[in-house]
Ligand binder design. Structure first.
Ligand code: ADP
Ligand code: MG
Length: 506
């Protein structure tokens, strides 16, 4: 268990995360404007009257956005509410032209209810993290302060893009239920898992650097063994795993120090200072905003039936966790390889395509991908699986690798020749591995009598080494095999060479 060692004892850290992910869809949650928000699009070019909050405009719910929320909910093992509502969360800010954000009410079940995901705790054991809810809401626009020394601008392109806010659960009625995040590393693992699920399902890019994933971090501390949870603070708008961990550590230590000196923690909202890794108070509880939530009169309750949920469930791809389990059980891969091959859904798709209906290929395909292909990312088009020459690079396809691996196991070529073919492909040879082998005359020598002839020559030409070998210097065996491989231009089948050589020398 992660603890903080104070002057007067050990303290446990309790963490709650509110994670926003920007949801992928063609249009915004309540308007038809493009939701392909990205900072390179010219400002204010993807804005409808609804997003600009022109008087009299009415929001129309984008059903695809609802499907995305349901899909994510199923991905985190959550209950999907059959009825949920939209509410106005009211506050003023220049990036919010409506004067309110359409969200789902804080005190009623949103579209995605109670769920959970599994992460590894700091001892490497599986741990369930409970999720309280995930609700749909609009993103705000973006203020721009850095284009002019004395003016600020508002870009409405992001206004109305859908966000899903995922909130972890803390069982305050049952404080011994430890299914919450309790260390900085667990927080990172939780966020990575959320990102993995969102990406695998095509619900969000969930990219912190790009701003399509951000988190508010709630932290409190309590003495190890204490029943009651402590008072928490909330650090807003964190956009890097590293900063999130730093903020948690800083906040937890700060709170321990206050408590050990007889003070009390106040439930403040904090900002994180990137420069020195500290937090400072943004606003105190007394200044807490009262958002005056009320039901949005322009939107009907969102009603979802079983049929819709089942339809969405059927379209869901296998999640990386299940893929990993399949690779380990069905293909006998080790855990490390299974993790590498499921880093993205495109990588596992590439691997599955190469393995095809021949599970016996899986181990070699995995080895080649991890030890060779991953070193040349420009040579495989993991996303689109194109073939031929792309941007001047010879793309190695899943079927290329499958063919190469099959040639080795059929004894048509040996490992050394396979490597040569692979390098030729990297260098731009466009034929299939079979064609390349033909073109360069790479055929494995498997004729035992021909190999025996070469072995006899090697033995005859090295009488001194044979003498040494027979008098106990068995390390020389490799020298003999190597000489045969050299004499055959690397073409001899190493297994056959070994077998005959052993007989001849004994
Ligand atoms: P709000 O909506 O006011 O931010 P919530 O009750 O929804 O508050 O909680 C937000 C997050 O803070 C949740 O993830 C919750 O689990 C977490 N949280 C609540 N109490 C504590 C606490 N004492 N220590 C740490 N996290 C907490
Ligand atoms: Mg909050």
């Amino acid at each position: 268990m992660y603890t903080i060692k104070g002057k007067t004892g050990d303290w446990e850290v309790v963490i709650g995360l509110e994670t926003h992910i920007e949801v992928l869809s063609n249009s915004k949650i309540f308007s038809g404007a493009s939701a392909h928000y990205n900072p390179t699009v010219a400002p204010n070019t993807q804005v409808s009257m609804v997003d600009a909050a022109m008087p009299g405009m009415l929001p129309v719910l984008n059903e695809y956005c609802v499907d995305q929320a349901i899909k994510f909910g199923l991905g985190i093992n959550a209950e999907i509410s059959r009825v949920s509502r939209f509410a106005r969360k009211q506050y003023f800010y220049p990036d919010l032209p409506q004067g309110y954000q359409i969200s789902q009410p804080a005190d009623q079940p949103p579209v995605v209810g109670r769920g959970w995901i599994e992460i590894l705790d700091d001892d490497g054991n599986p741990k369930k993290i409970l999720i309280e809810r995930a609700h749909m809401e609009q993103d705000a626009a973006k203020n721009k302060h850095d284009m002019h020394p004395t003016k600020s601008f508002v870009d409405l392109n992001r206004s109305g893009v859908m966000l899903l806010e995922i909130v972890t659960f803390l069982d305050t009625k049952n404080p011994e239920n430890n299914s919450y995040i309790s260390s900085p590393d667990e927080a990172e693992r939780y966020l990575r898992k959320i990102r993995e699920i969102a990406r695998a399902l095509g619900v969000s890019k969930a990219n912190m650097e790009e701003g399509s994933m951000r988190a508010d971090v709630n932290v409190s501390v309590r003495r190890v063994g204490d029943k009651k949870f402590g008072t928490r603070t909330e650090t807003k708008n964190m956009v890097s795993f590293k900063f999130i961990k730093t903020a948690i550590e800083y906040e937890a230590h700060r709170q321990v120090e206050i408590l050990e000196n007889g003070g009390t923690v106040t439930q403040d909202t904090m900002r994180f200072n990137q420069g020195d890794g500290t937090t400072s108070v943004l606003r105190s509880k007394e200044d807490a905003l009262d958002y005056r939530y009320f039901p949005d009169p322009d939107l009907l309750p969102l009603v979802i039936d079983d049929e819709r949920i089942e339809r969405i469930r059927k379209t869901m791809p296998e999640l990386p966790e299940a893929t990993r389990a399949r690779y380990i059980e069905k293909f006998g891969l080790n855990e490390y390889d299974a993790i590498r091959l499921t880093e993205t859904i495109d990588i596992s798709h590439w691997f599955d395509t190469a393995v095809g209906d021949k599970p016996e290929r899986a181990k070699s395909v995995a080895n080649w991908m991890i030890s060779e292909l991953f070193a040349h990312p420009e040579n495989y088009d993991i996303e689109n699986q194109k073939s031929g020459i792309v941007d001047g690079m010879r793309i190695i396809t899943p079927s290329d690798l499958a063919e190469l691996v099959d040639m080795i196991s059929a004894n048509e070529i040996n490992g050394k020749q396979a490597k040569e073919i692979f390098i030729k492909m990297l260098d731009g040879e466009i034929g299939s591995p079979k064609n390349i082998a033909d073109k360069f005359g790479m055929k494995q020598m498997t004729d035992a009598s021909a190999i025996e002839k070469v072995i006899d020559e090697v033995i005859a030409n090295n009488p001194a080494q044979v003498e040494q070998y027979k008098s106990g210097k068995v390390g020389l065996f490799g020298f003999f095999v190597g000489s045969v491989m050299k004499a055959t231009g690397g073409k001899a089948n190493p297994a056959i060479v070994n077998e005959i050589m052993k007989k001849k020398l004994s």
